[in-house]
Design a protein around this ligand. Structure first.
Ligand SMILES: Cc1cc2nc3c(=O)[nH]c(=O)nc-3n(C[C@H](O)[C@H](O)[C@H](O)COP(=O)(O)OP(=O)(O)OC[C@H]3O[C@@H](n4cnc5c(N)ncnc54)[C@H](O)[C@@H]3O)c2cc1C
Length: 442
């Protein structure tokens, strides 16, 4: 079976010695942060220990949605949809973004009532979403050949192509004069007078006053090296891709049993929403009390995992030395094992829902670690105990779609411009206390 589809991007041959900002992590958050900083004329060095986009940012479904967003993230989601469009218009790089609309179908009254409640709230902030009657749901979902009690359709939402998006943005960073260093882990930070003064990489040191830590599932272990408490838990989710084929299928469809998304190559990504394994690691035990409300809410879809997390090393306990390889250099790309029982179940459910899918072969199956915070909202903002360090991680399974808005916000915070959205709901200060935050509603 082929590996996770992902386009390649060139690496800048020479490591910069100085930069206005160093961005650590070349996922969708890091690349968009670097892009908006470079657009403002700052010198930016983007560091990626493996390949641009190779962790969560290429393993996701590609949904860019306002629909069912927690109120704290909705403004960022709305801005991001415009920014996805603007990015292609201004850079000429293709991310596969299109406002194809997202379709949700259900036979469950409680679920439908929840969507209706969300729709009422969304209208108060100007978001367009349409509840579907049973007849409308059957019509929009006719490919299933079933009756549905109802559904919801969000016409202004869309999808981007995870196999192309992060590399496309990294190319745009280089066009603007930024440097992109793949196979280059940031091992740690240096300080002078209590302020950040340099980022130490496996290939040399970059002098800088500001570093943005967009390290996805690695961010908490990185923070721990500096006594910064960032509660993060990684949930292993399994996804499969099927080939392109004949017949018109919806671009993006969610039901409680199965979700499907058209890919850039005409194939489909299939998955069971929320289904995942929790691999026990030292970090998981450390933060478990803070995650109890989240796990309680999602327990039906979560199962205990195995030693996968310990083997991967992203939630280890070691102290890293700056003059020796760190766990990040041993694990260039987090590529956890797909759960084969979930692969079989997903395919069975998809074919059961849409028999036409039987004609399409499975081309790839993979897993990704979703990096979550206890309240399901990312941690974005400066770290008071280490001036010059900005955290941007914990996007909790819905960070791909808001990548442009998050990157813009981080660039605003770094340059002191008016923030594109209110940054307060994201500030990492809320993790300092052990009090339980509000778990994201959806
Ligand atoms: C199966 C699955 C389905 C999903 N579906 C969706 C969806 O439909 N819509 C949506 O919006 N979101 C979705 N998500 C979530 C989304 O993929 C993530 O929220 C988003 O990609 C996070 O981006 P990121 O840049 O923070 O992290 P990542 O993409 O994980 O990138 C972090 C990068 O940092 C690098 N790195 C870490 N530490 C260092 C270091 N010290 N030095 C150098 N490099 C370092 C890593 O190698 C990695 O490439 C899904 C996730 C999964 C796994």
């Amino acid at each position: 079976m082929s590996p996770v589809p992902l386009t390649t991007v060139e690496t800048t041959p020479e490591l910069s010695t100085h930069a206005d900002v160093v961005v650590i992590g070349g996922g969708i958050i890091g690349v968009f942060t670097a892009y908006y900083l470079a657009k403002r004329g700052m010198t930016v060095a983007l560091l990626e220990k493996g390949r641009i986009g190779a962790e969560q940012s290429s393993r996701n479904w590609g949904w860019c949605r306002q629909q069912n967003r927690d109120a704290r993230e909705l403004p960022m989601a709305t801005k991001s949809l415009d920014l996805w469009e603007q990015f292609t218009a201004e850079s000429g790089e293709l991310t596969g973004f299109q406002r194809c609309g997202l379709l949700y179908l259900s036979n469950n009254d409680k679920e439908l009532a929840g969507w209706a409640r969300w729709g009422e709230f969304a209208r108060t902030v100007g978001v367009n979403t349409q509840m579907l009657t049973s007849a409308e749901a059957a019509s929009r979902g006719r490919v299933t050949g079933r009756a549905w009690k109802g559904g919801v359709y969000s016409p202004t939402d869309g999808t981007a192509d995870p196999s192309r998006a992060a590399p496309a943005v990294a190319r745009a960073v280089m066009k603007l004069g930024g440097t992109v260093h793949q196979g280059c882990a940031a091992r740690g930070l240096e300080t002078e007078g209590g302020r950040l003064s340099a980022v130490v990489t496996e290939k040399g040191t970059i002098r800088t006053k500001i570093a943005v830590l967009a390290g996805g599932a690695w961010a908490s272990s990185f923070c721990r090296q500096y006594g910064i408490r960032f509660p993060q838990a990684a949930i292993r989710q399994t996804v499969l891709a099927v080939s392109a084929g004949a017949g018109e299928l919806p671009a993006a469809l969610h039901t409680s049993k199965i979700s499907m998304t058209r890919r850039g190559d005409g194939g489909y990504t299939l998955a069971i929403s929320g289904r995942g394994r929790v691999d026990p690691t030292p970090q998981l035990f450390r933060f478990a009390p803070q995650f109890l409300p989240m796990f309680k809410r999602r327990w039906r879809n979560l199962a205990p995992g195995g030693l996968e997390g310990v083997r991967s090393g992203h939630e280890g306990w070691s102290r890293w030395r700056l003059d020796r390889p760190t766990p990040m250099e041993r694990m260039r790309v987090l590529d956890p094992a797909a759960d084969q029982s979930v692969v079989r179940l997903t395919h069975r459910r998809a074919v059961d829902l849409i028999p036409a899918l039987k004609e399409r072969s499975i081309t790839a199956a993979w897993a990704g670690y979703v990096d979550s915070t206890p309240d399901g909202v990312p941690g974005v903002g400066d770290i008071a105990s280490l001036p010059g360090l900005v955290l941007a991680a914990g996007f909790s399974g819905h960070g791909f779609g808001i990548g442009p808005g998050a990157g813009h916000l981080i660039a605003d915070l770094v340059t002191g411009e008016k923030p594109i959205v209110d940054p307060r709901p994201y500030h990492p200060d809320r993790f300092a206390s052990s009090a339980w935050g509000k778990v994201a509603d959806f």
